[in-house]
Write a new protein. Structure first.
Length: 221
């Protein structure tokens, strides 16, 4: 057990050194060199090229780096960082669509790990999630990202933002039974939540009940 932990800590140390080197090269304007270093670490860490990483769904990528049925949160967050570094290089190269694609995947991975319930990983992760959200604030998020954000905002007790994302999903997509069920369950959980917590989350009980009523209107339409 200790040998396995020591081995993983060594990987983390090597990873941190490589990321620092990539960022240093980018800061010096040595984009090709930074890409070479990143290509090497991507191959060593995932066994995949940046092109394949751009195509595979984020859930498959989490499984790939975890190496077994149980999600490895630490490795998943390392993957998310690699995707962000590659996205940044694409940004520098003015490959906007490729950059956004990887930023979205990085965000999805980070939120997925945040929702897993590991407090230590959550604390390591939340600032990165906020940074990605700030970077993507002018972008139209994919449906899968919004569904994750809806759950994430409830998880961090930012209930008003969770509601905003829910109704964005309702307005932008065909409303289906699953989405309505998720929304209804969300409001029912809030009805049972301490009113003080609701106030802190900027969604007082009267607005919760109003939101639940609005869902019924969607259901009838």
């Amino acid at each position: 057990m200790f040998e396995e932990k020591d081995y993983f800590m060594k990987i983390v140390e090597q990873f941190s050194t490589a990321i620092a080197r990539i960022m240093g090269l980018k800061a010096e304007g040595k984009i090709e060199e930074s890409q070479e270093v990143l290509d090497e670490i991507l191959t060593n860490f995932t066994g995949l090229s940046k092109e394949v990483l751009g195509v595979l769904p984020f859930g498959i990528l989490i499984e790939k780096v975890s190496g077994n049925r149980q999600t490895n949160g630490e490795k998943a967050l390392m993957l998310a960082e690699l995707l962000s570094q590659q996205a940044n290089i694409y940004e520098i190269e003015e490959k906007t669509s490729e950059a956004k694609n990887l930023y979205f995947k990085s965000l999805n991975i980070r939120i997925t790990i945040a929702l897993d319930g590991d407090t230590e990983l959550f604390e390591q992760n939340k600032d990165k999630i906020n940074q990605l959200m700030d970077k993507l604030r002018r972008s139209v998020l994919p449906k899968e990202s919004k569904l994750l954000l809806f759950k994430y905002y409830e998880h961090v007790k930012d209930y008003a933002r969770a509601e905003d994302v829910l109704f964005e999903l309702m307005d932008e997509n065909e409303v289906n039974d699953d989405l309505l069920a998720q929304g209804t369950a969300f409001y029912k959980r809030l009805v049972d939540t301490d009113p003080i917590e609701l106030e802190k989350g900027n969604l007082p009980i009267d607005e919760v009940l109003e939101g639940l009523a609005n869902l019924e209107e969607y259901r009838k339409s």
